[in-house]
Design a protein. Sequence first.
Length: 229
Amino acid sequence: MQKTILIFFIIINSFFVFGQDTILANRTFFGLSSHPTKVMVVDSLKELPTRIQFIINQLLDTAMTDFKQNIKFSHGQIIDLDYWARKDSIFFPMEYRYVVPKYQLYFDLRDTAISVKNYSFELGLDQYGQITCFEWPRENYNKRNKFVKGSRILKEAIKYAKAHKYKTQDFIYEFRYNNELEKMCWEISFLQKSVGNQYNFSKDYVTLLFDATSLTFLQEYGTSVSASN
């Protein structure tokens, strides 16, 4: 009996930047989640039931109106939940922290007009077509002209950081969906402390969160990155 579920992604989220005055997001998914059951890899939306295709198109039409022509299906899988339930008496172990979709799909948005070279996002649906995961807000983020250029976000982040006496020379950034706030956000993380070398290091950042459709500051928090060999 399998009691753990492994979820594995290789993700490129952001670039290291040194003194630049602009940013261009690049977030790409490679691979698929691992599940202890049968899965069918999907290379085209045409492999999905017609009803599921219709629901996906309707969702993208309403939630991502101006961007739909810039969205390309990347890859996905159909997860056999019935087989899993019959095979495993525990079925959904405590380690699993979100609803497992039947249809787990990944899309790429490319739109440099909003400073996005590539934004990979997940869309999950259950067997009935109900949305279990969607890494884009359902409302208020479907018009291109509402989005603020990354350079303006960066300028505002540097202004805030300097006002609070933070170092601003080196930073990383990410364009992503914030599930708790239900907003598309820019995260600008300024390096404050770095110890070690390229193989063994510890880096401390102060991260500033901004709404992608305004210059509104949302949150500030500390983040750390470390590696060892």
